[in-house]
Structures are given as structure tokens and as C-alpha cells.
Design a protein around this ligand. Structure first.
Ligand SMILES: NC(=O)c1ccc[n+]([C@@H]2O[C@H](COP(=O)([O-])OP(=O)(O)OC[C@H]3O[C@@H](n4cnc5c(N)ncnc54)[C@H](O)[C@@H]3O)[C@@H](O)[C@H]2O)c1
Length: 246
């Protein structure tokens, strides 16, 4: 049985990743910041391991990994936050918080995973980036910079630890209905306008992202490393879609 750790696994996209991995025979460790939320998220899965920790706290992350028996086979760096607002209106504390959780947290968790996986000579780490790693969004604050950083950090790990049997990839979700974006899509007008901008004609779901995790961790993807897989219905390639033609 493979063991996977999902950070931010107590809610949103992370909870769906946990569900799909458990359904596919993984033993799942749920690493999230609130111990009560972690306990609740673990309840449906008899083999789940509760790993309460803040991803920015090195000691807490190490203690959470100690709760597993041995090194995990897969670690999904899914925990993340966004602070909306134009850059000049934000505080340095807002900016730091987003970089700290979204980027430094991925470094802390991935470093912990590598230290445990490398002696065994196998393992896979996935990061969650965003289409904001490719383009800024109005009022997105430090988020695009943080996600661009995650994309490159994962590639750096892939370069340095491939010869020890480890793979590292990331997934860049587009417009996802769920998780941190759920409030945005509560407005039907926003929902319709954003759907219309997607070449595939619909918004994405947490299941679209969980399926990509399963694919990247599968046998058939064994030669893929250092890759950022964009899952966005084509929206990030659609800049010329409404170009006027005679
Ligand atoms: N929802 C979207 O539209 C979307 C789009 C692109 C990328 N993403 C990325 O997908 C990932 C999941 O997002 P979501 O929409 O499910 O968000 P969410 O807010 O629903 O869930 C995030 C989870 O991370 C946890 N978390 C936050 N800070 C933490 C910390 N310091 N330590 C441990 N856990 C912490 C939260 O408790 C929560 O369970 C994020 O990395 C996000 O940036 C989401």
C-alpha cells in the first residue's frame, strides 16, 4: 500500500485529493493546520493518519511526518492561501504571509519529504501552483509571485534529486469551483462570464485536479519530472481567442 501526505488536506481541493487517493488504495496522511479539522477529515478513512501542523513550522512538520511509519511514497503540497487587494494597498505582513505559506511552506514540507525518501531511493512530490504562475490577476497580491516561485522550486528539487530516484512535479489549476474560489462563483454572473472565457466551456472542479495527481503519480507517468501540468480547460492559452477578424 502506497502512503501519501496531502497538505491542506482537510478542505477544498486537498480534501478531494485525499478522497481520490484513498479510493485508489493509498493510505493518506492529512496535514493541515487545525487539529480538529484534521481529525474530522480523517474520520471517513480507517487508515488515515492525522498530521496536524502548520506548513511554515519546521519542527511541527517534522513531528507530523514522524507519525507515519517510514517515508511516504507521495507528498502533495496543496496548502495555500490568497490575500486579495491591489499591491500598494497591502501590508508587508499580508505579502509575507502569502509567500511564507505558499512558497516557504512548500520548501519546508518538500525538504522533509526528501530527507525521508532519498535514503529509500524512491518518492514523488507534487506542488500546487496556479495559472497565476503564468500571468498576474487583478488584485491577486503576492499570490502570482508565490506560485511562480513554487513552479521553479519544484523544478530545482527535480534537478537535484532525480539521480536519487525521486520525482517532483506540479499542477497549475485554472478557474476551479471550490476551495478558496468558492465565494467568487457564488455570483452566477461571474460564473457565467468566467465559463465563457474557457475554451472547454466550463469551470474546473477539485476532481479535475485530484485526477491529475493520480495520473502524475501513476506508473505511466514514471518518466515525468520537473513538469508543471496546467489544468485549466485551455484558458491560459486563450489570449487571442477574441481577436477581431474580417
Ligand atoms: N481553488 C482555486 O480556484 C485554485 C486555483 C489555483 C490554485 N489553487 C491552489 O490549490 C491549493 C488548494 O486550494 P483550495 O482552493 O482548496 O483552498 P482552501 O482554502 O479550500 O484549502 C486550503 C487548505 O490549506 C490549509 N492551510 C492553510 N494554511 C495552512 C498552513 N499554514 N499549514 C497547513 N495547512 C494550511 C487550510 O486549512 C485549508 O484546509 C492551493 O495551493 C491553491 O493556491 C486553487
Amino acid at each position: 500500500m502506497k502512503t501519501a501526505v496531502v497538505t491542506g488536506g482537510a478542505a477544498g481541493i486537498g480534501a478531494e485529493i485525499v478522497r481520490l487517493l484513498a479510493e485508489n488504495g493509498y493510505r493518506v496522511g492529512i496535514l493541515d493546520v487545525d487539529p480538529q479539522a484534521v481529525a474530522t477529515a480523517c474520520a471517513p478513512y480507517p487508515n488515515a493518519v492525522a498530521m496536524p501542523a502548520d506548513v511554515t513550522d519546521e519542527a511541527a512538520v517534522a513531528a507530523a511526518f514522524d507519525r507515519l511509519e517510514g517515508a511516504p511514497d507521495l507528498v502533495v503540497n496543496n496548502a495555500g492561501i490568497v490575500r486579495f487587494g491591489k499591491l500598494a494597498d497591502q501590508t508587508v505582513a499580508d505579502f509575507r504571509k502569502v509567500i511564507e505559506i505558499n512558497l516557504v511552506g512548500v520548501y519546508i514540507v518538500t525538504r522533509e519529504a526528501v530527507r525521508r525518501m532519498a535514503p529509500r531511493g524512491s518518492g514523488h512530490v507534487i506542488g500546487l501552483t496556479s495559472i497565476n504562475a503564468y500571468g498576474p490577476g487583478p488584485g491577486s497580491g503576492a499570490y502570482p509571485a508565490a506560485k511562480c516561485g513554487v513552479k521553479q522550486l519544484i523544478k530545482q528539487f527535480a534537478l537535484e534529486y532525480g539521480d536519487q530516484g525521486l520525482r517532483f512535479n506540479s499542477i497549475a489549476p485554472g478557474f476551479i469551483v471550490g476551495g478558496m474560489s468558492a465565494p467568487i462563483y457564488a455570483d452566477p454572473k461571474v460564473r457565467a462570464a468566467r465559463s465563457a472565457g474557457v475554451p472547454l466551456g466550463r469551470l474546473g472542479t477539485p476532481a479535475d485536479i485530484a485526477n491529475a495527481v493520480l495520473f502524475l503519480d501513476g506508473e505511466g507517468a514514471g518518466y515525468i519530472t520537473g513538469h508543471d501540468l496546467v489544468i485549466d480547460g485551455g484558458v491560459s492559452h486563450a489570449v487571442l481567442r477574441n481577436l477581431p477578424r474580417e
